[in-house]
Design a protein around this ligand. Structure first.
Ligand SMILES: *[C@@H]1O[C@H](CO)[C@@H](O)[C@H](O)[C@H]1NC(C)=O
Ligand SMILES: *[C@@H]1O[C@H](CO)[C@@H](O)[C@H](O)[C@H]1NC(C)=O
Length: 179
């Protein structure tokens, strides 16, 4: 994993540019800050303005393979890394003025960092981060829960969003990690 590739993508500012990769739906225009430390530990997430709601964060690799051990022997497929719920404002900002969000939740899909297998030639993976408003008293419907637990390879965000009773995501970001 070449973590240095994360930084230039994260430096891209908001504006009207889509924060989701070209062709990805749902397309999101508001920028989610995703701040990694020196390791592949769970990043800090936040936004440039204070938020008052409760949020669900997802990280998904759009460029995985159905065959982890030998990517070229598989089909290209999405791979769901992480879904954490109950994010709220931490009441704090980073040195660069990002209003951070925190959660004590470790699920419904616990943190699994970007670590694509090395490939020759190198293969960039677009790790896409989405933030949804979390409905009050959100109980994840069974159909959505089944997707989270057993459809991580080939995960379909649109289908999940519908099954989960979520509106379109409100903030997003993606970065490349080359395997
Ligand atoms: C959050 O709440 C504060 C104080 O009630 C308010 O000033 C601010 O506009 C709210 N922010 C959002 C994004 O709703
Ligand atoms: C997700 O599923 C919908 C049908 O529910 C389909 O139209 C769409 O192309 C799928 N997205 C991907 C990325 O496969």
């Amino acid at each position: 994993m070449k973590t240095q590739n994360i930084l230039p993508a994260l430096a891209l500012a908001g504006g009207s540019v889509a924060q989701t990769p070209a062709g990805f739906t749902p397309s999101v225009s508001a920028h989610l800050d995703v701040i990694f430390g020196n390791t592949a530990r769970q990043p800090t997430i936040g936004t440039s303005k204070a938020l008052n709601g409760t949020y669900v964060w997802m990280m998904i690799d759009l460029d995985a393979s159905t065959n982890f051990a030998n990517p070229k022997a598989g089909q290209q497929a999405t791979y769901l890394h992480t879904v954490l719920r109950d994010f709220k404002s931490s009441g704090k900002t980073t040195d660069s003025g990002v209003y951070t969000l925190t959660t004590t939740a470790t699920g419904p899909v616990s943190w699994f960092g970007p670590a694509p297998p090395a490939e020759n030639p190198p293969h960039p993976h677009r790790y896409t981060n989405l933030l949804w408003e979390q409905p009050a008293n959100w109980a994840i419907p069974q159909a959505a829960s089944t997707m989270l637990q057993s459809k991580r390879s080939g995960f379909n965000v649109t289908d999940f969003q519908k099954a989960a009773g979520l509106s379109d995501p409100v903030f997003a970001n993606y970065f490349n990690v080359t395997g």
